[in-house]
Design a protein around this ligand. Structure first.
Ligand SMILES: Nc1nc2c(c(=O)[nH]1)N[C@H]1C(S)=C(S)[C@@H](COP(=O)(O)O)O[C@H]1N2
Ligand SMILES: [Mo]
Length: 519
């Protein structure tokens, strides 16, 4: 026989690619749909992403935060999906001739999802329930791959050889069927989410503070367009955490356990907290990942109970030097006992700028500790405080190349000018913020074109736990391109160093400089 068909050519590669893609997509879509209504159960893609976050080397995390900022999460999810799609497509192409190889690849991918789910710290449901979506994903993907490949091969061999082969048009029909699975699964997955926490939050009316905050001093906000608002609105407040999907924690059923080296263990409900003497304080939070001049700093009005009050109720025993706080998604931070019991206003906060905490900022409750970077203090979705010793544990980031103790390095920022902003010659107005939480800012200095340092005008101080604004009007401005640099001095007389320190292990230092134009 010399006819070309004698080579028994397989189905075209693109048909195999479609089969592989659809097999993976159907499994993921159905698995996601199954996970969606199960409260506290991450979807398979999220579980794989969560594992990637925890195992990623610190430099990769720094790269991601720097390159993508708060968009690092969608980028990670996109990466997981793209990798999965690529592997599945190749498996489908190979599967035209060697279906067993394709099925084995699907089994391995599904296995990875199952293992990721089994060790996903962020799940707040039982282990068994947490495994359901990934097992479903595996089974649906295997089934889809089997049906699609059988129909591809049915084109070249007698359909009767294949119990799953539906004939010549079988592949098209099967593809359409699997596509329907993908669409329906995807749609169901979208509908649910943080439904329980959102509903809970909507139903909460915060009580008034027994000790309300003083009014913001009228002169705390400088009158320079483009400078950050003195109090950061919730929607603009920076967000940094390891949570791919925001933990869904309704206030009802939530409790805060305070235990460890205490005389009396406490278990407090959200009601219990609301019924305690609440205080209100403005505190500026800062992330260790903030580059000099960066955006990961924000100032809010927090409503909550002093941690000192709670720890006094529990009775701290001798020998303790730390608290280990844990979130609903099992993230941890270690904070010096001193910082949560001395006279700074550390609190378990339930309100932010007059509202219940936004879901992304820790609803129903979080820690706020003035003067310490968020990774050693600001636990969101807080569920557990253990009084303990630093010698006996390490917080999440401390096991990943960051220090155990991390006071905020004081800093200053230029908000105006933005890079290459143009000013008319007769109104060169600059401004920004400086912070030295728990110490206070004494002075902000500027240098233009590397000239002598001179003092900017300081806005009124609110309290030493918040940032302070500054402004400067350059009256002798000359046309052309200029550079402005900023540095702050604290009330205890230390001036910002020009030495550049990287983010890891405990925060950046250096002077910010910005180029601008005068016309
Ligand atoms: N549960 C949990 N809490 C967390 C984190 C986290 O990853 N998980 N990140 C911390 C870090 S690094 C910072 S800087 C602050 C940021 O708080 P924000 O997102 O409300 O600004 O939250 C802290 N609390
Ligand atoms: Mo952070």
């Amino acid at each position: 026989m010399t006819t070309p068909t004698a080579t028994r050519s397989a189905a075209p590669w693109w048909a195999g690619a479609i089969a592989g893609f659809l097999a993976a997509a159907s499994g993921v879509a159905v698995g996601t749909a199954v996970a969606a209504p199960l409260q506290g159960v991450p979807s398979p893609i999220e579980s794989v992403g969560n594992r990637a976050i925890d195992y990623a080397p610190p430099f990769l995390k720094e790269f991601a935060v720097k390159q993508f900022g708060t968009a690092d999460k969608p980028v990670l999810i996109g990466g997981v999906i793209a990798t999965l799609a690529l592997v599945a497509i190749v498996a489908g192409i190979v599967g035209r001739r060697r279906p067993r190889v394709a099925l084995a690849v699907v089994a391995v991918l599904g296995g990875i999802a199952i293992v990721a789910a089994a060790i996903d710290r962020t799940s707040t449901a039982s282990r068994a329930l947490t495994l359901v979506p990934s097992v479903v994903t595996l089974l649906v993907s295997l089934g889809s791959m089997l049906v699609l490949l059988a129909n591809l091969r049915a084109r070249e061999q007698a359909a009767a050889d294949h119990p799953l082969g539906l004939g010549r048009r079988g592949f098209l029909k099967a593809s359409l069927g699997v596509t329907a699975l993908v669409v329906i699964g995807g749609a169901v997955g979208q509908v649910f989410g943080n439904a329980a926490a959102a509903a809970s939050r909507a139903g909460i009316r915060l009580p008034r503070a027994a000790k309300p905050a003083s009014a913001v001093p009228a002169g705390a906000q400088v009158d320079v367009e483009g400078v950050s608002p003195y109090v950061t609105p919730n929607r603009d407040f920076y967000r940094v955490d390891t949570a791919l999907s925001i933990p869904d924690v309704p206030a009802e059923g939530w409790s805060l356990r305070i235990h460890g080296m205490v005389d009396k263990e406490l278990n407090l409900s959200f009601r219990d907290l609301m019924d305690m003497p609440l205080e209100e304080h403005r505190v500026t939070l800062t992330c260790v990942s903030n580059e000099v001049g960066g955006p990961y700093v924000g100032n809010a009005l927090w409503l909550g109970v002093r941690t000192a009050t709670l720890l006094e109720m529990a009775g701290v025993q001798d020998g303790a030097d730390a608290i280990k706080s844990t979130s609903a998604d099992r993230w941890t931070a270690g904070t010096p006992l001193e910082a949560v019991t001395d006279d700074r206003t550390s609190m378990v906060a339930i309100g932010m700028n007059g509202q219940p905490l936004p879901l992304a900022h820790g609803f129903p409750a979080r820690l706020v500790v003035p003067g310490l970077y968020g990774f050693v203090s600001a636990t969101k979705w807080l569920t557990d405080i253990e009084v303990t010793r630093f010698a006996d544990f390490k917080g999440y980031w401390t096991t990943r190349g960051y220090t155990a103790l991390a006071p905020i390095k004081f800093s200053s920022r230029i908000d105006v000018p933005k890079s290459f902003q143009a000013f008319p010659k007769d109104s060169v107005r600059m401004g920004g913020v400086a912070w030295a939480q728990t110490v206070g800012i004494a002075k902000v200095e500027l240098s233009i074109d590397k000239g002598d340092w001179f003092e900017a005008e300081l806005a009124d101080e609110d309290n030493v736990e918040t940032w302070r604004q500054w402004s400067y009007q350059w009256d002798e401005a000359t046309t052309g391109i200029h550079t402005v640099q900023v540095r702050a001095t604290t009330k205890d007389g230390t001036t910002q160093t020009s030495d550049r320190a990287p983010i890891r292990p405990n925060g950046t230092t250096g002077w910010q400089s910005v180029q601008f134009r005068v016309e």
